[in-house]
Design a protein around this ligand. Structure first.
Ligand code: CA2
Length: 165
């Protein structure tokens, strides 16, 4: 079974309490609930964690190796500042999708640059909590392709995916 690690960065524990016009009304617990529900329908395992501490994110990313197949991360404010998180993602070499609830490219100039984007498989920004679910699906599609040689993707011997979706 595919295992994904979902990491939430600083201040995301405040979701649902302030700035609903930017980040929506859902709490982090609500978002985690929908992540776990979606994982169930996709037939994958997820673990999600939040921290306000940069070094903790670095350690969790490092420790993901061997325990997880991919990472979904909303690095929050560290997106725009953290070379340490970028280096950890590059070092661990697990496919990683960067998620933002808001569209960072429509916001202040300082949010337009991400230190993470250059080492991520992709970036999803502006879809609210749905972004996490899209990131999980993107990682599954990527890992399925990675795990199977192209020959085994032919219609004749491809396993039906309906059981996972
Ligand atoms: O849009 C996103 O998901 C962000 O990663 C959120 C970060 C921000 O620094 C990024 O530029 C974009 C901020 C997270 C703070 O979350 C709060 C939630 C409720 C109240 C206050 C802050």
């Amino acid at each position: 079974m595919l295992r994904l690690l979902v990491l939430h960065g600083p201040n995301l524990n405040l979701l649902g309490t302030r700035e609903p016009s930017v980040y929506g009304h859902l709490s982090l617990a609500d978002i985690d609930k929908s992540i776990h529900r979606h994982a169930g329908t996709l037939g994958i395992a997820v673990q999600s964690k939040q921290t306000n501490v940069e070094g903790e994110l670095v350690t969790w990313i490092q420790n993901a190796s061997g325990h997880f197949d991919g990472i979904v991360i909303n690095p929050a404010g560290y997106t725009h500042t953290s070379i340490a998180i970028r280096d950890a993602i590059a070092a661990v070499a697990l496919p990683t999708v960067e998620v933002h609830l808001s569209n960072i490219h429509q916001r202040e100039e300082f949010r337009h640059h991400s230190f993470i984007a250059g080492v991520a498989l992709g970036q999803i920004s502006g879809f609210g909590a749905t972004g996490y679910l899209l990131a999980m699906e993107g990682l599954i599609a990527h890992l399925d392709i990675d795990r199977k040689p192209s020959r085994s993707r032919s219609a004749s011997n491809r396993k039906p995916t309906a059981s996972r979706r």
